[in-house]
Design a protein around this ligand. Structure first.
Ligand code: IDP
Length: 145
């Protein structure tokens, strides 16, 4: 089953939005198979955002994403990668439609509340960067299911 990596950024955690954001994905029908509050190291931030390392905002992005805890999740369900990106909305919250997470909760591109994998390759890479295999629970094999 398809999986995606989604992360509430430090601005979202500070504003107390982590649970509301997680609830949107659960209500849609995706299973949460991993979730944790964590402080990203500078190394992890640079690796995660390596594709932007030549961009002028890279330094700002690394210091922002390490400025406080993030809430990292692995979501599972059919088409979750593309659908979670639709639920998240465009990168610039000013262009994100109302009803999307960025459209509803954010104003600035540099503080846009949430990250979501943009392809199957990034999902696989990001899940393994942030989660060990023991931290990902197959719900169908959980003891009480
Ligand atoms: P995405 O998060 O919607 O996939 P990307 O283009 O991959 O967008 O950019 C990664 C993150 O870098 C964005 O979510 C945003 O926080 C930040 N970012 C992108 N462009 C800018 C910019 O022009 N100024 C500041 N931050 C930016």
């Amino acid at each position: 089953m398809e999986r995606s990596f989604v992360m509430v950024k430090p601005d979202g955690v500070k504003r107390g939005l982590a649970s509301s954001i997680m609830a949107r994905f659960e209500a849609k029908g995706y299973r949460i198979c991993g979730a944790k509050l964590m402080q990203m190291s500078e190394d992890l931030a640079k690796t995660h955002y390596a594709e932007h390392k030549e961009r002028p905002f890279f330094g700002e992005l690394v210091s922002f994403i390490t400025s406080g805890p993030v809430f990292a999740m692995v979501l599972e369900g059919e088409g979750v990668i593309e659908e979670a990106r639709k639920m998240i909305g465009k990168t610039d919250p000013k262009e994100a439609a109302p009803g999307t997470i960025r459209g509803d909760y954010a104003i600035l591109k540099s503080e846009n509340i949430i990250h979501g994998s943009d392809s199957p390759e990034s999902a696989e890479r990001e899940i393994s960067l942030f989660f060990s295999s023991e931290e990902i629970i197959e719900q169908s094999s959980a003891a009480n299911v």
